[in-house]
Ligand binder design. Structure first.
Ligand code: CMP
Length: 143
């Protein structure tokens, strides 16, 4: 079954939106298989966002993502990588449609509440970056 890495960013944790975000993913039919509340170190943040190094928003992004706890998660389900990105909404706040997490709750392209892996390769890399294999649980769910 396909897996992806999703993370509620510090703005989402601070605004008390973990429950709302988890609810939307559960309602869609995805299964939560790992989760932890954690502080990202600068090294972790720079590695996680390595592809954006050199861009003007890189430093503010690292500052923001290390500013408070994040809620890191692994979700699984059919086409969870692409479908969860639709639930998240577009990165650019002006393009995030109502009904999506960002469209309903975010006002800023950087403070955009949630991160989701954009491909199978990044999902695997990001899951391994945040979780040990034994932290990802396999359990039966009938719905
Ligand atoms: P995310 O999906 O986590 O991937 C990269 C992050 O960089 C993105 O969400 C935003 O938080 C941030 N980001 C991307 N583009 C911009 C931008 N133009 N200005 C500020 N932040 C950005």
């Amino acid at each position: 079954m396909e897996k992806t890495f999703l993370m509620v960013k510090p703005d989402g944790v601070q605004r008390g939106l973990i429950g709302e975000i988890v609810k939307r993913l559960e309602q869609k039919g995805f299964q939560l298989v790992a989760a932890k509340l954690m502080l990202m170190t600068r090294e972790q943040a720079e590695e996680h966002y390595a592809e954006h190094k050199g861009k003007d928003f890189f430093e503010p992004l690292v500052e923001f993502i290390t500013s408070g706890p994040v809620f890191a998660m692994v979700w699984q389900g059919e086409q969870v990588i692409a479908l969860s990105r639709i639930l998240n909404g577009k990165t650019n706040v002006l393009e995030a449609a109502p009904g999506t997490i960002r469209g309903d709750f975010a006002l800023h392209t950087r403070l955009n509440l949630i991160h989701g892996s954009d491909s199978p390769e990044s999902a695997e890399r990001e899951i391994n970056h945040f979780f040990k294999p034994e932290e990802i649980l396999d359990y039966k769910r009938d719905v």
